[in-house]
Design a protein around this ligand. Structure first.
Ligand code: COA
Length: 330
């Protein structure tokens, strides 16, 4: 028995926040943002759209495309750094409620931008152990709720969105999730952090006045470590599976910054045509970034059953992960 990525879904909110819009909000220019990040615009959820609502829209597509009944789902995991509620209920439970699925195990994970690939490794273990049969994974973010729109170092980067996948069982190795490497190094936690409104700095007027409830980032430090880690991650997983770049059909990196992706792509010699890029239109959607990118490539007709995808991600923690996944959907 193998675990298989049976289907993908995605959702991008309708409202667009362009670089020209940001020029009116902070001291920046369209030219600077595009040159340093490759981002042209990002999507922003409306006031009445919660993270769970974005997740539900992506999940409905993934369920439909998997051709299963929603009640066949026996586990829901949601990765998010912008949950509906800080502590409880989990966004996965809120999504289960909105999808009207009962008698299901449901919980959130916290692995920042690496969330989707982290969840994938958990789903693989649940399926291969025989504990679960149909797992719904959701990466959903309303990051706009934790971004400081007076901080030009962060507000230009992030956007809202959601991606979802159904992980099921297969006996066919050509449709299987082959391998996943996931790791973390907590020494770098302070470089990318949302310090406030947890137990360390509980929500208070002082916490809010100091804007500790928003994402803080040492952009340049993050940049350098991201390029190094994303590159070594790919080399490790390819080597340990005796695969070469030429055997990969789709390179799907975390969509944080075009320059980061380009540096990794060029070092590894991945052809541009095999690299999936969505950063220009969505910005960095954290845990939603990889499944949204898979979904876009799928909807463009680029990804077919059996294709070998290489996922590569990096995020706060620091966390990072890579995965070799054969697409098991239709
Ligand atoms: N518009 C105009 N100028 C800006 C700016 C903006 N939005 N943001 C920063 N600057 C300025 C800085 O103040 C600095 O000015 P100075 O030289 O006068 O001090 C200058 O641009 C260079 O800043 P620096 O931070 O070195 O720029 P950079 O080339 O590293 O680009 C990031 C900044 C944030 C785009 C880049 O570091 C990055 O993408 N980092 C990784 C972020 C990331 O991916 N995070 C999520 C990981 S999952």
């Amino acid at each position: 028995m193998y675990a298989s990525l049976k289907s993908i879904g995605g959702y991008a909110p309708k409202n667009i926040l362009s670089n020209a819009d940001l020029e009116k909000m902070v001291d920046t220019t369209d030219e600077w943002i595009e040159k340093r990040t490759g981002i042209k615009e990002r999507r922003i959820a409306s006031k009445d759209e919660d993270t769970s609502d974005l997740g539900v829209k992506a999940a409905l597509l993934a369920i439909e495309r998997a051709g299963i009944d929603k009640d066949e789902i026996d586990l829901i995991i949601c990765a998010t750094l912008s949950p509906d509620y800080l502590c409880m209920p989990s966004t996965a439970c809120v999504i289960a409620g909105k999808l009207d699925i009962q008698n299901v195990m449901a919980f959130d994970i916290s692995a920042a931008c690496s969330g989707f690939v982290y969840m994938l490794s958990m789903a693989k273990a649940f399926i291969e152990s025989g504990a679960k049969k149909n797992i719904l994974l959701i990466g959903a973010e309303k990051i706009s709720s934790v971004v400081d729109y007076t901080d030009r170092g962060t507000c230009i980067l992030f956007g809202d969105g959601a991606g979802a996948a159904i992980i099921g069982v297969t006996e066919d190795k050509n449709e299987a999730i082959i391998d996943i490497h996931a790791s973390a190094d907590g020494r770098y936690g302070d470089l990318l952090i949302t310090p406030g409104c947890g137990s360390k700095y509980p929500c208070s007027q002082e916490t809010l006045d100091k804007k500790l409830n928003f994402i803080k980032m040492s952009g340049n430090d993050v940049y350098k470590i991201a390029v190094k880690t994303l590159t070594s991650d790919v080399i490790d997983i390819l080597e340990s599976n005796n695969l070469s770049v030429s055997q990969i059909d789709h390179f799907i990196p975390h969509q944080a910054n075009f320059r980061i992706i380009e540096a990794v792509r060029a070092k590894l010699d991945f052809p541009v045509e095999k690299t999936v890029l969505t950063v220009a239109k969505y910005g960095n959607t954290s845990a939603a970034s990889i499944p949204m990118a898979i979904n876009d490539a799928y909807e463009e007709g680029r990804i077919k059953k059996g294709d070998l995808m290489l996922l590569d991600t990096f995020g706060g923690g620091f966390t990072w992960a890579s995965a070799l996944v054969r697409f098991g959907g239709n």
